[in-house]
Design a protein around this ligand. Structure first.
Ligand SMILES: Nc1nc2c(ncn2[C@@H]2O[C@H](COP(=O)(O)OP(=O)(O)OP(=O)(O)O)[C@@H](O)[C@H]2O)c(=O)[nH]1
Ligand SMILES: [Mg+2]
Length: 346
């Protein structure tokens, strides 16, 4: 067995750090290492924390880490650092906000950088989660800024995803409503010490209720079949009657919690909601969703690997094709077909 894999599984902190660097850099041997680690069944509970920039995700994660540490759980934190214009220098910020955990031997905090290619981010996050799991983490928190599709993809690594919003942060939600509804298992309205928290809660309730109605409509029509699976986890509004969580029909309606992360308020309730969802994912519909996410991740990984292989192997041909199109000797479709033929011939 890979010596490094063995040491990671034994709980060696330095080995885990090395393994994470290896997988994050995609250095030579990292695939072999991951294969070894995949032989061991995953056992950690993975919680995604996503939401708008500056919503207080890191502060919440920090408080959740403390909460789990009180139960002596071994905790991992993966901070996906979007090198986006929204949050320059967030790694430093995360370090400051979570610094008290840096001295804790049972907490591992690792930042990973944004990858250029679509799907690369969730691959990296998934690989780091795998190392942390093998190292013996009971809980792994994955923080990511939910600004785009690629970031939302990352949540498929998680069993349970918390979407963090703030009072008055309606525009961002509006802009990505479908994406957010799809990934949210639990909503945290953070900075509830500010004005407008209740209005935000009502707004989310309305959004969820509407989503459920659409889901019901689609479920009633066989033609809506392809959407029904996506809609299943938000099926049936419980909010109009003030209910959230697991539903009688097996679906899940995301509860909305108000938190003040900076003052450690509402954290126990948030964690309780997250743990409730953890129960739900062992249900029939919950397991079905897990399987769907696993399939989607496999496809995304294959797409990533295929693109990587094609781009590497066809680099010279790619340049020639581009020149041909530029000179008017070929069109983009013919050029791409030519490239594909070359790739197939290998
Ligand atoms: N008023 C108030 N401020 C908060 C609360 N939670 C966090 N903050 C502050 O909000 C700012 C951003 O917090 P972060 O935890 O870094 O937010 P983030 O979502 O991780 O930010 P990015 O990772 O950069 O997107 C910090 O100044 C926090 O102190 C809260 O409940 N109330
Ligand atoms: Mg942060």
């Amino acid at each position: 067995m890979h010596d490094l894999a063995r040491r990671v599984i034994e709980g060696d902190l330095r080995a885990a750090a090395r393994a994470m660097r290896l997988v994050d850099d995609r250095a030579r041997g990292h695939v072999e290492l991951l294969k070894e680690l995949w032989k061991r069944p995953a056992r950690a509970f993975v919680v995604g924390v996503t939401g708008t920039p500056g919503a207080g995700k890191s502060t919440l994660v920090d408080k959740l880490v403390s909460s789990w540490r009180k139960d002596d759980a071994k905790v991992g934190v993966v901070a996906v650092d979007p090198t986006s214009p929204f949050t320059g220098g967030s790694i430093l910020g995360d370090r400051i906000r979570m610094q008290r955990h840096f001295l804790d031997e049972k907490v591992f905090i690792r930042s990973i950088a944004t990858r250029g290619a679509m799907g690369g981010l969730s691959r990296s996050a998934g690989d780091v989660v795998r190392v942390m799991d093998a190292w013996g983490c009971d809980v792994i928190l994955v923080e990511t800024v939910g600004v785009g599709q690629d970031e939302l993809e990352v949540t498929k690594v998680a069993h349970t995803t918390v979407v963090v919003v703030t009072p008055g942060g309606g525009d961002e939600i509006q802009a990505n409503k479908a994406g957010i509804l799809e990934v949210a298992d639990v909503f945290a309205v953070n900075k509830a010490d500010r004005e407008g928290a209740d209005a935000q809660v009502r707004h989310l309730e309305g959004m969820i209720a509407l989503g459920n109605e659409i889901a019901r409509g689609l479920a009633a029509k066989p033609a809506g079949h392809s959407h029904a699976s996506h809609a299943s986890h938000v099926a049936h509004a419980g909010f109009l009657s003030g209910q959230a969580g697991a539903q009688a029909d097996g679906g899940w309606t995301p509860p909305i919690l108000k938190t003040v992360a900076a003052k450690n308020e509402g954290i126990a309730e948030l964690r309780a909601a997250v743990e409730q969802h953890r129960q739900w994912i062992t249900s029939e519909l919950g397991l079905a969703r897990q399987r769907r996410h696993a399939n989607e991740r496999l496809i995304a990984l294959f797409r990533d690997i295929l693109t990587e292989a094609a781009m590497t192997e066809l680099a010279p041909d790619m340049a020639t094709a581009a020149q041909a199109v530029e000179a008017g000797a070929s069109d983009p479709y013919t050029a791409c077909e030519g490239l594909l033929d070359k790739f197939r011939a290998r």
